[in-house]
Every structure is written in C-alpha cells, then in structure tokens.
Design a protein around this ligand. Structure first.
Ligand code: UDB
Ligand code: ZN
Length: 177
C-alpha cells in the first residue's frame, strides 16, 4: 500500500525524468502499481483511512511521484457538476486540445512540492486523452475545466514537468491573451 512516505519530494531526480511507456498488456507488477496509485488517491480522501495510514489527501498521483519512472497515473475526484472522475491510466496521451486556456484562480500545488509557489498555471480548457486501463483496454476521455486541469497536471509528471515550470516568472498572475 502506498503511503505518504512513498511520495518523493521535489529535488528527487525521478520527478525530472521522462517516464517510460508501459508495455500493453500490463505486467502483473505494473498492474499492481497502477491500482496502487488509484487506491492511494481514493483512500487519501477518506478521512478515517487517511488518518490511520498517514495519507496526504490528493486528487491525483503519477507513478514518478512514488519513484517509478513509468507512464501511469491515478486520478479520483468529483467535479463541479458532481460527476465522479476515477481513472487508473497507463500511457495517457493528450491527442487533441482546445486553443483556449484556463487556470485555477488560487494556483496549483502538488503532493511532491512542499514550497508554496504562487501564480497562474495555464492549462488547456478542453482535452481528449487516449490511454489504457489496467486490463489493457483502450480508454478515450473528453475532459474540460477542472478535470482537464487535473489530467494535464498528472500527465506533466510523466514528462518531468512540475506545475511551477508553467508559471510566468516575470508576471506570475498574467492572464493570457
Ligand atoms: C492535489 N489537491 O491533490 F480545486 F475539490 C492537490 C493538493 C496538492 C493541494 C493536495 C487539490 O487540488 N484538491 C482540490 C482542488 C480543488 C477542488 C477540490 C480538490 N494535486 C495532485 C498532485 O499533486 N498530483 O500530482 C495537485 C492538483 C493541482 C491541480 C490539479 C492537481
Ligand atoms: Zn503533482
């Protein structure tokens, strides 16, 4: 079971590596890792389990954050319309996106970043993601708004990108054209 102590913190080189594609169908070991990522985010949102196992609550977790440099992510949250987004994805890829960008007004954080970096993190407002589930079945997702932001944040981890890389250094609160 993944707990807080398995999550690596900014400064660990694995967070800056480009993660490896996962062979499909997944090996038993990769399946275990993938299910573990989703299990972590789910459990972390259960107050009792989070307390019992010392889990920092989060909405998504990427394999590099547990020092596994492979393209896998777990995401679990309810969006602003009450729709549950619960995914365990291997090799997720943004296959198309809007021109329009958005950002979370209050900025982003990260389970792997302890410092508080303020500023707007521009993200595509709408994305289409192609991926595989734990069973090796192809998954196509059409996402917008907060769901699109979460997936882009997690997919960035697979490229070695952290949210603050996308903040404009001169004008952190710039509103893009
Ligand atoms: C998070 N949580 O889990 F707007 F219901 C963040 C942390 C770093 C603050 C724990 C979060 O954004 N929760 C949230 C935000 C809302 C509404 C709501 C819950 N992550 C996951 C992470 O670090 N993955 O690698 C960071 C988020 C920043 C933007 C998307 C993911
Ligand atoms: Zn993160």
């Amino acid at each position: 079971m993944i707990t807080r102590k398995d999550i690596v913190i900014d400064g660990h080189p694995v967070l800056r590596q480009v993660a490896q594609d996962v062979p499909i169908p997944l090996t038993e070991e990769d399946k275990k890792t993938l299910r573990g990522l989703l299990e972590y985010v789910k459990n972390s949102q259960d107050e009792e389990l989070a307390k019992k196992y010392d889990l920092k609550p989060g909405v998504g977790l990427a394999a590099p954050q547990i020092a596994v440099s492979k393209k896998m992510i777990g995401v679990h949250f309810t969006d602003e319309d009450g729709k549950l987004h619960s995914y365990a994805l291997a090799n997720p890829k943004i296959i198309s996106h809007s021109v329009d960008t958005i950002f979370i007004e209050s900025g982003e954080g990260c389970l792997s970043v302890e410092k508080d970096v303020k500023g707007h993190v521009p993200r595509y407002e709408r994305i289409k993601v192609q991926a595989f589930d734990a069973e090796g079945k192809e998954v196509l997702l059409k996402l917008r708004d907060y769901a699109a932001i979460v997936l882009q944040h997690e997919i960035d981890h697979l490229q070695g990108i952290l949210f603050y890389d996308r903040i404009d250094k001169e004008q952190p609160f710039i509103i893009n054209e």
